[in-house]
Design a protein around this ligand. Structure first.
Ligand code: MSP
Length: 504
């Protein structure tokens, strides 16, 4: 059985409209999935986290039942992901029976094994983050993550024996120093483990919007419910063969604020079930505005539909991946997006495409000249392998910089060899050779940039007269191919038209 590449995003709280932060993680996962598909089978899961007090409160404020509220909002998330060309293979909702069934099975399994027990929960709770906090972790009596008020809870809950797993977790962290990235988050998690762990409450009795505990007595705590999406979607306890084709996940992407749930609680739960920890959890940084994490409730959310409309979804995808290494925070502004769009995409790449295709029209009626040696491209023959390994290693900026080496070299070749002069001087074979190399260069760029800018690169591929079904195919095959002489190209409008922002 061939193991597939399995990539996940967090499932998003459906308490409001999606914002650009949600697009960020999902686009990163999409780039990974698209790249992995050029190597072999891949599965990309995203979805929505629909239970819990936060969602119940949002529904109540809108005068709807929680289920009606979730049903009304899910299409907006799907539309948004479509607008950003996201190719998820499955979209899980925690209110789906396929998921609820697994949550109940897990609870029963843990109860049978004695991994859970009934105890008294007393402590502080942040509804916004759906998180319990020790008194000692509060900052001036407020939630240490979001700064909001916390409420005192006292109830009889089921607890998962997390504390028991602390030594095994520490051992796992030490034996797999790269399983949590970036290093800063890894170190933070090790420090938490060294402090020791408390058992983890996994049920709630003070409200009922959640998966009912088998046998009654409340609902499953939303975080415990939510984490299980990663295995319910691939058939845990229902279809073993399918489950083992995907599990353990290759990459689980999360924002750094939820690293603790994914790198401490999650592996312990998996071990309790007899399953392996994920291969990699990558906790990425935040998109900020004026130093604050973008988030609906902070009032600085940016409408991602409007952004896609204004800049083009592919331009936004490029910006999100190019602007900062994945683990770092970065601030967001329309000026920055416009700047990247105009310089990297408009000037460097867009001009290369436009100049090449228009010279081909002018000098060769749009027809690709006879195939010939490609010495310049040969000098960059390692670029596809470098780009692919950087992408799969989540080093997106490095991958794009490596791609731009090729963009720059091809632009430079035009400046140096001056095709317009070759044409005037009747040096036909030199002109043919240059145009051929430029066309072949564009074909490779379309292939390399397709995971990041799928729509624009499909457009370029078509203009090069290539068959669309080949784009996104096996890179090893595509790298060995060459654009065929006699292929008819079309010029078309600029791929990345310049964007002028309205003065504010
Ligand atoms: N529902 C939980 C996750 C459960 S996973 C088992 C949750 N949801 S959330 O809607 O708050 O979204 C979480 C994720 O959205 C973050 O972890 C991150 O991946 C992404 N982002 C939300 N805001 C973001 C930024 N401002 N910047 C970058 N990513 C952001 O937590």
């Amino acid at each position: 059985m061939q193991r597939a590449y399995y990539v996940t995003t967090p499932i998003y709280y459906i308490s409001g409209n999606p914002h650009i932060g949600h697009v960020y993680t999902t686009v990163v996962a999409d780039v990974l999935a698209r790249t992995a598909r050029t190597v072999g089978p891949a599965f990309f899961l995203t979805g929505t986290d629909e239970h819990g007090q936060k969602v119940a409160n949002a529904a109540a404020a809108a005068g709807m039942s929680p289920q009606e509220w979730c049903d009304a909002l899910v299409p907006r998330w799907k539309l948004l992901f479509d607008a950003y060309h996201v190719t998820y293979d499955d979209f899980i909702r925690t209110t789906q029976p396929r998921h609820e069934h697994v949550v109940q099975r897990v609870f029963e399994r843990l109860r049978e094994r004695g991994d859970v027990y009934l105890g008294k929960y007393q402590g502080w709770y942040c509804v916004y983050d759906e998180t319990f906090w020790l008194e000692s972790k509060l900052v001036e009596g407020r939630c240490p993550t979001c700064g909001r008020d916390v409420q005192w809870l006292s109830e009889d809950d089921w607890f998962f024996r997390l504390s028991m797993y602390a030594p095994r977790l520490l051992e796992h962290f030490r034996a797999h120093p790269d399983w949590v990235r970036p290093k800063s988050v890894y170190n933070e998690m090790v420090a938490l483990l060294e402090e020791g762990l408390e058992d983890f409450s996994i049920s709630r009795t003070n409200f009922d919007w959640g998966v009912p505990l088998p046998g009654g007595g409340g609902v499953v705590y939303v975080w415990f419910d939510a984490l299980l999406n990663y295995i319910s979607a691939i058939g845990w306890s229902v279809d073993d063969e399918r489950f083992h084709r995907y599990w353990p996940a290759s990459v689980q992407l999360v924002g750094k604020e939820i690293a603790r749930f994914h790198t401490i609680i999650w592996p312990a739960v998996l071990w309790a079930l007899g399953e392996a920890a994920p291969e990699l959890v990558f906790a990425h940084g935040w998109i900020t505005v004026e130093g604050q994490k973008i988030g609906k409730s902070l009032g600085n959310a940016v409408d991602p539909f409007a952004l896609a409309h204004q800049f083009g979804a592919d331009s936004l995808r490029y910006f999100l991946l190019r602007e900062a290494p994945l683990g770092s925070d970065f601030s967001y502004s329309e000026e920055k997006i416009a700047q990247r769009h105009n310089s990297d995409l408009g000037n460097d790449l867009g001009n290369l495409v436009h100049r090449t295709l228009s010279m081909l029209q002018r000098y060769r009626d749009g027809i690709v000249p006879p195939a010939c040696a490609t010495p310049l491209l040969d000098r960059f023959s390692d670029v596809p392998a470098r780009v692919r390994s950087a992408l799969l290693d989540l080093l997106f900026r490095d991958a794009l910089e490596a791609t731009w080496e090729l963009v720059t070299a091809l632009n430079r070749a035009i400046e140096e060899h001056k095709p317009w002069a070759l044409y005037k001087e009747g040096r036909a074979s030199e002109l043919d050779a240059l145009l051929y190399e430029l066309c072949e260069g564009l074909r490779r760029l379309a292939m390399l940039l397709h995971p990041v800018m799928p729509e624009r690169m499909a457009q370029l591929w078509r203009r090069l007269g290539l068959e669309e079904r080949h784009l996104g195919g096996d890179w090893d095959v595509l790298v060995d191919e060459r654009i065929a002489a006699g292929t008819r190209t079309t010029l078309g409008e600029p791929l990345f038209p310049r964007i002028e922002l309205e003065p504010t």
